[in-house]
Design a protein. Structure first.
Lengths: 153, 83
């Protein structure tokens, strides 16, 4: 389990490559990278700022990752999440799962992303031409989170 | 007896982090939350309008009738938005 809060920009491809080489008993790797958009609903985004609560944020994300790894029997999971000021085009989050087979790798990445949206102690603030606004989970994020809960053991 | 208050996300826009002497009459987390809302009405309104979670010494507080102790760090968290 590798969980990192990144205050600086990171290279998702390099991180995935390094993670993939860590084990040879996993036959599948799935990954997701979320990037900072240049616009939201047609409104320009100049920058995104993500606040975290040092110590607690890392601990909670690690807990979600561990639960996901257990549920899908993944030998290893990688989570890197940016904090601080993020420019359009920069990666915000990377989630990668190593598994024996593809289905559990895909599922682990999707479910962990659903959890991060609503349960990771992080707070996003978008700045555009009209000023700044804090972002809260959308109804569909909560719906996905509830869906992800099903079958949780 | 001192307590450290931490305000995250949009709560941090309204109130700064603070080290306070525990005010008279504040015994539980509920008391503390109500005291904070009285001191900072704008923050009180923001906490009222959304789901607010309290974290004590880096652990989620499930029971707000729990006592506040000397040296506690109490964080006020608005809804999270990761990913």
């Amino acid at each position: 389990m590798r969980v990192r809060i990144a205050p600086e920009a990171f290279d998702p491809q390099a991180e995935i490559a390094a993670f993939t080489h860590l084990r040879d008993d996993a036959g599948a790797l799935a990954s997701f990278v979320g990037y900072c958009r240049a616009s939201t609903d047609g409104v320009a985004v100049n920058e995104l700022r993500i606040d975290h609560y040092p110590g607690f944020s890392e601990k909670e994300i690690a807990r979600l990752a561990e639960e996901t790894a257990r549920r899908f029997d993944c030998p290893d999971l990688l989570v890197i999440h940016r904090v601080g000021v993020i420019r359009p085009g920069e990666a915000i989050v990377l989630v990668a799962a190593l598994s024996v087979h593809r289905a559990s790798a895909f599922d682990a990445v999707r479910i962990l992303m659903d959890y991060l949206k609503t349960d990771a102690p992080l707070w996003k603030k978008e700045t555009g031409p009209g000023g700044t606004r804090w972002i809260e989970p959308r109804p569909e994020d909560h719906a996905r989170r509830l869906e992800a809960e099903k079958g949780w053991t | 007896m001192t307590v450290r208050l931490v305000f995250l996300g949009k709560f941090g826009d309204v109130a700064p982090m603070a080290e306070i002497a525990l005010p008279d009459g504040v015994r539980t987390l509920n008391d503390l939350k109500a005291w904070v809302a009285r001191q900072q009405p704008q923050l009180g309104a923001a906490m009222e309008a959304t789901r607010t979670r309290l974290i004590v010494n880096q652990c989620v507080a499930h029971d707000l009738s729990a006592p506040v102790s000397d040296g506690d760090e109490v964080a006020f968290l608005p809804p999270m938005s990761g990913g």
